[in-house]
Design a protein around this ligand. Structure first.
Ligand SMILES: *[C@@H]1O[C@H](CO)[C@@H](O)[C@H](O)[C@H]1NC(C)=O
Length: 399
């Protein structure tokens, strides 16, 4: 056990020593003066050879330094690694390459550095895909659409606008769950990340009379988060309850034109709006299709989106449909969350047991699924609460 870590550490220390030799820049800025000092005056001839060698070592280590810093801080890298290695004339020797790897690993063991150049951002699309297909139940449309659009957007070299997704569906159908999955797979610290902000309309903006204050705070927080992070996620829960003026204030952040006071760098921003707007239309449409003999998994976006969008624009009990977000087509996709059926509620119950590492029986799953209320009265097809509070309900079935 001891030999493994010790040896690399030794090599690292040697390399560091090399870096600290005169002429080797710890920082780009202080390399100059030190060099001058070493070169000025008239050194004894006996030392000239040594000085030459040191200088060569210095020049070499400066290249190593550049390569190293490119590894660790790819964002500040002026040249690409290949080109830098090329400047060593004979290419980077294998041994040097190994030292470099070791040094990088060693540095990264106590400092933050990652492939993405920012450890807070993880963009684990494999994890996202697996979560959306394994942990999310009964939402084939939302799952596919979200993975495709989020991945496509984050892989754009230079996006010129934010990605805006609006989630619609009954409570308990998975809107919040998916928002959390996104946060967890795109950011190391999930919802607690510096780069993620969650706003709940009735919690963060409860009093209409303070809307001016809220507006200022909200735009300030968006700007600060974007200054801290080049990839940000903003989640607005209960979006149907957002004050009209807040929605208007969000407009400029969603549009193509980034406000001028932002740093001119490529920012990736995702906005999620979660609401129950249009959920009755979704449910109605799904019920009709199922009754007409369609399989749930055969239902496509085309079946739902036009009516969903029309319903949102028409709705009078919320400002959302009349806001600039909808009117100016700032929302990229309206994502329908379908009403959940008995079998999905069972799966949620199973997950709840598994997540607490508890044993379950098929009977217990049925019992829990039967506790939910199913609508419409006649068909009793959809759980009116979706999978909401399933995890509390399993407590009744604990030994
Ligand atoms: C991505 O997520 C999967 C599933 O959650 C996990 O097994 C894997 O280790 C993650 N990859 C990275 C690079 O974090």
């Amino acid at each position: 056990m001891l030999r493994g870590p010790r040896r690399p550490l030794w090599l690292c220390l040697c390399l560091l020593l090399l870096l600290l030799l005169p002429g080797a820049p710890g920082h780009r800025g202080d390399a100059g003066p030190r060099n001058k000092k070493a070169g000025s005056g008239r050194p004894w001839p006996a030392f000239q050879g040594l000085q030459e060698r040191l200088r060569a070592a210095g020049a070499l280590s400066r290249r190593y330094w550049a390569l190293f810093s490119c590894r660790v801080w790819p964002e500040n890298c002026e040249e690409d690694e290949e080109a830098l290695a090329g400047t060593l004339g004979w290419g980077l020797p294998l041994l040097g390459q190994q030292y470099l790897d070791i040094l990088t690993t060693w540095y990264c063991s106590f400092q933050d550095c990652c492939d993405s150049g920012d450890c807070r951002i993880s963009n684990n699309f494999t994890g996202l895909k697996s979560d959306l297909s394994v942990r999310l139940h009964g939402q084939h449309l939302a799952g596919e659409l979200i993975l495709r659009t989020v991945r496509g957007y984050l892989e754009l070299p230079r996006p010129d606008k934010a990605l805006v997704l609006s989630f619609h569906g009954w409570s308990g159908t998975g809107k919040n769950f998916v928002a959390r999955m996104l946060a967890e797979n795109l950011y190391r610290d999930g919802l607690r990340s510096d780069c993620v902000k969650v706003f709940i309309a009735t919690f963060h903006f409860p009093h209409p009379k303070f809307v001016d204050l809220y507006k200022e705070r909200l735009t300030g927080q968006i700007r600060e988060t974007q200054e801290r992070c080049r990839q940000t996620l903003f989640i607005f829960d209960e979006a149907e309850k957002l004050h009209p003026e807040l929605l208007e204030a969000l407009g400029p952040h969603l549009g193509r034109q980034a406000p001028e006071n932002y740093k001119a760098q490529s920012l990736r921003t995702i906005f999620l709006f979660l609401s129950n707007l249009g959920s009755n239309i979704i449910n109605e449409e799904v019920l009709n299709l199922l009754k007409a003999g369609w399989l749930r998994e055969e239902i496509t976006l085309e079946h739902l989106e036009p009516r969903l969008q029309a319903q949102i624009v028409k709705s009078t009990d919320s400002a959302f449909g009349h806001s600039c977000l909808v009117k100016e087509n700032l929302i990229d996709f309206f994502v329908p969350f379908l009403p959940l059926e008995y079998r999905h509620v069972r799966l949620c119950a199973r997950d709840a047991f598994l997540s607490q590492e508890l044993l379950y029986t098929e009977e217990a799953l049925d019992e829990i699924a039967k506790m939910m209320v199913y609508v419409p009265k006649e068909e009793q097809l959809f759980s009116s609460q979706g999978c909401k509070s399933i995890s509390q309900r399993i407590n009744y079935f604990l030994p």
